[in-house]
Design a protein around this ligand. Structure first.
Ligand SMILES: *Cc1c(COP(=O)(O)O)cnc(C)c1O
Length: 388
């Protein structure tokens, strides 16, 4: 109780927290202050991709922590350089900018897209970026402007201008906006996470890619939530068979430490030049060591198991009474239920299963390596709660 009182008294009231104090975790298990055990299907919102305190991850991170925790970007450090090399080798992207969060990864992507156009046209005439309605791109003033939901566009005016919003899975709406505005980029999530775990149609995504090529707009894919193995491929764009010009990612990248990355393709590899952008903590050696370890674990075998576990969850829940639909990709799933999602999440937590909501759905983001036995147990509890 004392922790909750301190929190209420001293922490800005931006979060509506659930009534639980977690004190430790291991893999896909969490424990609260009373020693109650939970199976974790939320991974701190897609962050703890290998579960909590994975042994190899702890070793990699602590080795770097005791050697050199921080140096600043005034100097070269090896984990950052190796991580950038690994990310490029595994994606075909050419260069990486490191930040500390999803919002920052998107800020870098937006700055890069605008500067790319500025360098071509010599002015800001093509600064407009098309994003999608129901998207989520972050909480800074600019990434809120990029977020295509009216609820986010109040009380903090003026927002950064230059964003227009197309309708997901409606290629004509993207075409229309690209004709009405001089645009430098289209930016979108392939599975809208906060928007309710809605995956985009393949045809739409391929249509947007073709339109981007035709109109020399950059294709920017926000993989903050979908990336790093979450959707059953290293990045979700790989499942769609497209090649973006810019990919932003964060959440699961460093396995529980704050890190964002903006991956830059061929067209924009030299756009962010000296002095054009920066971040004091960006590419921090400890976070980079954690990310290197995470990437070393995301191999074809793990991705295959992510796809299999996804199929298991979908099959089980699609045949559950009280489930209206199951959406998403890989281990990023949304369950539309007859009962309110919040009620289900609370009842699950009572019974020792942690899951999340996204809009009106129950959202599942289990660890990529969750043991099958724990997953089966948790899904059985979730099923029981939904059916009741
Ligand atoms: C979470 C999220 C962000 C914001 O990331 P932060 O680390 O909270 O800044 C941006 N885009 C998407 C798709 C996200 O899911």
């Amino acid at each position: 109780m004392q922790i909750q009182q301190l929190d209420k008294e001293y922490i800005a009231g931006t979060y509506k927290r659930a009534d639980v104090v977690f004190t430790k975790g291991k893999g896909s298990l969490l424990w609260d202050e009373n020693g109650k055990e939970y199976i974790d299907l939320g991974t701190g919102i897609a962050v703890n991709g290998l579960g909590v305190a994975d042994d190899g991850w702890v070793e990699a991170v602590t080795a770097q922590l005791t050697r050199l925790p921080h140096a600043s970007n005034l100097y070269f450090t090896s984990p950052q350089a190796e991580l950038a090399q690994t990310l490029c080798a595994r994606t075909g992207m050419k260069k990486v900018f490191f930040g500390n969060s999803g919002a920052e990864a998107n800020e870098a992507a937006i700055k890069c897209a605008r500067k790319y156009a500025f360098d071509i046209y010599g002015d800001a005439s093509h600064s407009t970026i098309i994003t999608l309605k129901n998207s989520f791109h972050g909480r800074t003033v600019t990434t809120l402007a990029a977020t295509g939901q009216d609820v986010f566009h109040t009380k903090f005016e003026p927002f950064t201008p230059g964003f227009v919003y197309a309708t997901a899975n409606d290629l004509d709406s993207v075409k229309r906006l690209s004709e009405e505005n001089d645009c430098c980029a289209v930016m979108m999530e392939l599975v809208q996470g906060e928007g309710g775990v809605c995956s985009l149609d393949e045809d739409f995504v391929h249509g947007v890619e073709a339109l981007c090529r035709e109109k020399n707009m950059l294709l920017v894919i926000d993989e903050v939530q979908t990336g790093n193995g979450r959707c059953g491929a290293l990045y979700a764009y790989m499942r769609y068979g497209i090649q973006p010009d810019i990919v932003s990612t964060a959440k699961g990248l460093a396995g529980g430490l704050p890190m964002g990355a903006t991956l830059l393709g061929e067209k924009v590899q030299n756009t962010l030049d000296a002095g054009s952008h920066g971040s004091t903590f960006g590419g921090n050696p400890v976070c980079a060591a954690g990310a290197l370890y995470v990437l070393s674990q995301i191999d074809e075998a793990l991705l295959q198991s992510v796809r299999e576990k996804s199929a298991y969850i979908c099959e089980t829940l699609q045949n559950t009474k009280g489930v209206k639909s199951v959406s998403g990709l890989g281990l990023m799933l949304g369950i539309e239920t007859e009962k309110p999602a919040g009620e289900i999440v609370n009842a699950c937590r009572e019974k020792g299963v942690v899951c999340l909501t996204a809009k009106t759905k129950v959202r599942l983001l289990p660890a990529l390596n969750i043991p099958m036995e724990q997953l089966e147990k948790a899904i059985a509890i979730l099923k029981e709660v939904i059916e009741q």
